[in-house]
Design a binder for this molecule. Structure first.
Ligand SMILES: C[S@@+](CC[C@H](N)C(=O)[O-])C[C@H]1O[C@@H](n2cnc3c(N)ncnc32)[C@H](O)[C@@H]1O
Length: 191
């Protein structure tokens, strides 16, 4: 794959910026919507919970998680994606940040959701440690990524989550309806 092609892909989907990023946002909003909604379903949110969405991109998961008195927070390093998230979910608290640096206080959220961004984290150990830090005891982590883009095999990712101090780990794959690619997913609890 040429480096120019890789750069275009990164600017469109990985670290969306400018016009390409906005086009990528529209493509992701359509193509990944079923997975974003599925992850919210897996998280079994209850009324009044605080939900942190890592890398919300265009904001489909944020909008799905909102309602029933819940606080929804989105952290993404892309200003373009935060703008799209705001358009789709105006009630969300949104800030620039990453999985490794969420800007969230200790033990302040009940649920963390991450869809299609773990492959972009620069330091996964730091990212999982950060997500454990911000979750309250008993809080849940639900993560999903296109299986073909996983940075390491699913069982290795699960081992990294366990090493970060999570328990009750479950992993599985999920095929979205239509032509979407298979997602590798995991759920874990912050003890
Ligand atoms: C492929 S898009 C996925 C967006 C959306 N969750 C979806 O599935 O359609 C990746 C998103 O992760 C964000 N991102 C990139 N690096 C990140 C990091 N280190 N931590 C959190 N989000 C990151 C990007 O800005 C982008 O919004």
């Amino acid at each position: 794959m040429s480096s120019a092609y890789t750069q275009v892909l990164d600017r469109t989907f990985g670290h969306p910026r400018g016009l390409l990023g906005r086009i990528g946002g529209a493509v992701m909003a359509a193509g990944n919507a079923a997975t974003e909604r599925h992850v919210v379903h897996v998280a079994r949110l209850t009324p009044g919970e605080t939900v942190l969405v890592i890398g919300p991109g265009p904001g489909v998961g944020l909008a799905t998680a909102a309602g029933e008195g819940r606080t929804v927070i989105g952290v993404d390093p892309s200003e373009e994606m935060l703008a799209l998230s705001h358009g789709r979910c105006p009630e969300a608290e949104l800030r620039l940040g990453t999985a490794e640096r969420t800007g969230q206080p200790d033990e302040s959220v009940d649920v963390v959701l991450s869809v299609n961004n773990v492959q972009l984290w620069e330091d996964r150990a730091a990212g999982f440690a950060e997500l454990r830090r911000v979750l309250r005891p008993g809080g849940r982590l639900v993560l999903s990524a296109h299986e073909r883009w996983l940075p390491v095999p699913r069982h290795e990712l699960a081992a990294e989550v366990t090493a970060a101090g999570f328990t009750d780990l479950q992993t599985w794959t999920w095929d979205p309806p239509g032509f979407g690619s298979t997602a590798a997913e995991l759920r874990a609890v912050r003890p």
